[in-house]
Ligand binder design. Sequence first.
Ligand SMILES: Nc1ncnc2c1ncn2[C@@H]1O[C@H](COP(=O)(O)OP(=O)(O)OP(=O)(O)O)[C@@H](O)[C@H]1O
Length: 281
Amino acid sequence: MNEYILIVENLTKIYDKFQLKNVSFKLKRGQIMGFIGPNGAGKSTTIKSIMGIIPFDSGNILIDGKDFQKNEIEIKKVIGYVGEHLDFYEHVKLKKIYRFIRAFYKDWNEDLFRNLINRFGLDLEKKMKELSKGMVVKFSLALALAHFPKLLILDEPTSGLDPIVRNDILDILKEYAKNNCSILFSSHITEDIIKIADEVTYINNGEIKLIENKKVILNYYFKVNISAINRLKNCKVIFKNENEAIIYVDSYTLKQLDLLPEKESFTKISLDELLNFIVKL
Ligand SMILES: Nc1ncnc2c1ncn2[C@@H]1O[C@H](COP(=O)(O)OP(=O)(O)OP(=O)(O)O)[C@@H](O)[C@H]1O
């Protein structure tokens, strides 16, 4: 079995005023990847290309070891997707929508679906237009999870939701990933990514800028004054601008640095600060 549930290789999509440029990344089975980027960075374009919602110009997408374009119907059965705009039919009851979607999946687990509906406090007799935004996301998530997909792809699922609903959703996602399932999760809300992601991928202007383990960023990435770089051997420069650099310092070097005055000018960096740094490069 392929170690990676999702491989994106050199994905290119050309719009008049925007391009996805050779986007490549890999998602391991059982891992959660946070896909971070500012507005207009190309997150949705990447996700829609992976999902086959929009055609792309070049590149390869392998899901569960298979070429997506050649095996689209088969592959869609192992993916769950919650998109950015959840425009279901407003006047239709949830029970009608779910029965319609259920018919597409031979692996549909009715007990799991009912459990999620109860846990989320949803009423299947309600019409879509009667749901709050949080309820719509929860309903979409229940639909996406009920056929127990190997890969769950979520495009900004928590944006615009209050912290209580967001936490509910993040808890469900964490539980789901424990069963060796994988999640690709785009968000502006780095707080959510900190809570659940294993890996973090940064995108800006249609280009992947960084792919890194979240704990590595939080523990071993530092912001330093540019003047300190030359004096710091064994430190890998990740990004730099005129005044500052983001460096990676391994744990051995970190211990040595404790003895040096330079350590004073080291600051740990949050996922948000790193995004700001990348955007301003
Ligand atoms: N159908 C389209 N035709 C032309 N340009 C498009 C189209 N769809 C998206 N774009 C452009 O592609 C760029 C990337 O958009 P995309 O929706 O992928 O960004 P995003 O990172 O998901 O942003 P956000 O966080 O705001 O949702 C934007 O500049 C957008 O205007």
